[in-house]
Design a protein around this ligand. Structure first.
Ligand code: ZN
Length: 311
């Protein structure tokens, strides 16, 4: 619900490829290629980019240059530079580098939380509280998002009760998060479930309801985004070329494909602020930095429909 609707867009598409996409691929993209990719995204009209994850380089070598990438990206005016932080230490590094929005993954699945960050979901709420306090001291203008991961199901735990998801989202807001979004981390969600959960989320936390973060693992990414939009969600995470993959579903694509998401909304008359031709052109620097890495996307493969003009 944090979309800036004051200018020439009805929704905010938040590009997460440089973070979510890259952390799922084996190859390491050289830092100058990341810069060129970010430049191309900005040139296409992307107004929010999750550029890095502040995790130890030994765990994710792809993110060893996180601070450098943030420092570069914030030179673009009018773009919100986001970083994922798994804990207080990562948050401090991200804030000192100049990140303008932080996202902290808080897993609704107990097993996923322990496996992913070796903390319970309740411990992570305390982490939200500590990060919010640090943010208030260091950089009060920075927004803090809690991304409720495995909100629609978990490969470890299986079913994740909806009550657990909504309670956790509300606890994060109470602990100081500006927004709680819902993430379909492993691509289990369906549109009916998405509508139900976002409706409950909005009823529970009002304007603190955050983004829809959908993965396309079972081909329902776009349908799930549309369902979220129908419930009033106006911020959507996606990645260029659907970069990434899920280690539990070999061959599956990663996030919702940005190009397809832009095409869907623009074709519906919902303005994204993103130029379709230019966003497809942004695949060139991405591929240059990750040679041989498969990129997904139905719109880039098929091309724009005859007679299609973007408003
Ligand atoms: Zn994701």
């Amino acid at each position: 619900m944090a979309a800036d609707t004051s200018t020439h867009a009805d929704i905010l598409i938040s590009e997460v490829g440089p973070r979510d996409g890259l952390q799922s691929v084996k190859a390491i993209m050289p830092t100058p290629d990341k810069f060129r990719w970010i430049d191309a995204l900005v040139a296409a009209g992307v107004r929010e980019i999750e550029v890095a994850s502040f995790v130890p380089a030994r765990l994710l070598p792809q993110m060893a240059d996180a601070a450098e990438v943030v420092r570069y990206a914030i030179r673009h005016p009018g773009v919100t530079v986001m970083a994922l932080v798994p804990n207080l230490r990562g948050a401090e590094a991200a804030l000192r580098a100049g990140a303008q929005k932080l996202t902290l993954p808080v897993s609704a699945s107990r097993e996923h939380s322990l496996a992913n960050v070796r903390k319970t979901s309740e411990d992570m709420v305390e982490e939200v509280r500590a990060i919010a306090k640090l943010r208030d001291e260091l950089a009060p203008g920075v927004r803090l998002e809690a991304g409720i991961s495995t909100a629609f199901g978990c490969t470890l735990q299986g079913v994740v009760p909806e009550d657990d998801v909504i309670r956790l989202a509300a606890m994060c807001v109470a602990a100081g998060a500006d927004e709680s979004g819902l993430s379909d981390t492993v691509g289990y969600a369906n549109p009916a479930q998405v509508r139900r959960l976002f409706r409950r989320l909005r009823a529970e936390v009002g304007q603190h309801a955050g983004a829809a973060h959908m993965h396309n693992t079972r081909g329902l990414g776009l349908a799930n985004c549309l369902a979220a939009w129908e419930e009033g969600v106006r911020t959507f995470d996606s990645s260029l070329g659907g970069l990434g993959g899920c280690p539990y579903a070999p061959g599956a694509s990663g996030n919702v494909v940005t190009e397809d998401l832009v095409f869907m909304f623009e074709a519906m008359g919902v303005r994204t602020g993103i130029d379709l031709e230019k966003i497809m052109a942004a695949r060139v620097p991405l591929s240059a930095g990750l040679p041989g890495e498969p990129l997904y996307g139905m719109t880039p493969d098929a091309g724009l429909p005859k007679g299609y003009t973007q408003r």
